[in-house]
Design a protein around this ligand. Sequence first.
Ligand SMILES: [Zn+2]
Ligand SMILES: [Zn+2]
Length: 146
Amino acid sequence: MTDTASAAGPIPSATGSCLCGAVRFTATEIDPHMHVCHCGMCRRHAGGPTMSVSVGGVTFQGAENILRYQSSDYAERGTCRKCGGHLFYRLTGPDHYIMSTGPFDDQSQFVMGGEIYIDNKPGSYAFAGDHTRETEAEFLKRIGVL
Ligand SMILES: [Zn+2]
Ligand SMILES: [Zn+2]
């Protein structure tokens, strides 16, 4: 048995918001396969592992309330200036948004897609289920960085 629904197609559109509602968004062409990242940057920024989905595009209401923090040469992370709620990770070169799943109004369509940076994960927690668990090196090799 696997909890990875690999046949699930893209979600055409879905809405979400930060905790205080100052930032609302509509994301489109959402890959329903949620990825969990255990890297040290995600854990320090989000307070724990991040859960996110890749989207084809996103439009924001209250965009002036988004704090964009450039966390590396190629990516930034977005939070709400008012409540600190985590919204996204964005690859700046291709302008590709990877939205945090927590802010979505309806998360029932998301399925576990796998875990990355599993070798960075502290021993104090673990996600159950039969899905892919890639090390930092395995992940970077797959996306063509190594
Ligand atoms: Zn907010
Ligand atoms: Zn990460």
